[in-house]
Design a protein around this ligand. Sequence first.
Ligand code: GLN
Length: 276
Amino acid sequence: MTLLELYKSGKEVLRTAQIEEWELDAWYLLEHVTSCTRNDLFLHSDRRVENSEETRYHELLRKRCSRIPLQYLTGTQEFMGYSFYVNEQVLIPRQDTETLVEEAVKYIHPGMEILDLCTGSGCILLSILKLVQNVKGTGADVSGPALQVAEQNRICLGVRAELLQSDLFDQIKGTYDCIISNPPYIPSRVIDTLMEEVREHEPRLALDGREDGLYYYREITEQSPVHLKPGGRLFLEIGYDQADAVTELMEKSFTDISVKKDLSGHDRVVYGSLKT
Ligand code: GLN
């Protein structure tokens, strides 16, 4: 079989299975299996593929048809221009979350100490550490397997960071200039309405914000004041309809509260400074 024939068969398999981005997914899986480039596909489309590549490609297509997200099959997702390793133990980094990082790095300066709660793949903490020099970063997550993913990403990106297993602030001793978090925020009953890729394959622990979706915001806004230095800031990613509720939770201990929208125009980030 040639490269082009293999690609065509892949597109057909995913299209028939009604995979939304069938064309793109067929391409990314092909690239993953054969290491070919877009150029190869068009200029060397008659290149013969190994039988083993063909078998491997069809194995991955089958998995994609069973709604396993593309990123768990290729093991990677880009975030803030960096490549992050992912597996089913962590949430796949979302583009929306880049808004949180972009807002936080306007504030974070060399010499600061920062804490990322619910770090998952480590995408937030590690991209901040790449973008701002001389920041002392700690990432916490309740899940040991998620922390192994974060550690692998830390090594690949070549940054220093402390990664520790902690249920929110349980094991956190220090005080920080900035606390940042994209906690689970989907109300439990809404999870069943999400697309199968998310609902069946991404870790429920990373999605489920309990009954009203606000459980982690309550805990974090309540507990962060003792872990922030005077005037320190808290940055939270929120769901599109949670700005009012989370602002209200923050008002008790924070001032100068702002809400920022993501690129699709949805409220996505709330931040504020610790009242003095
Ligand atoms: N911090 C990680 C991310 O933003 C994981 C978030 C989570 O597990 N809720 O992708």
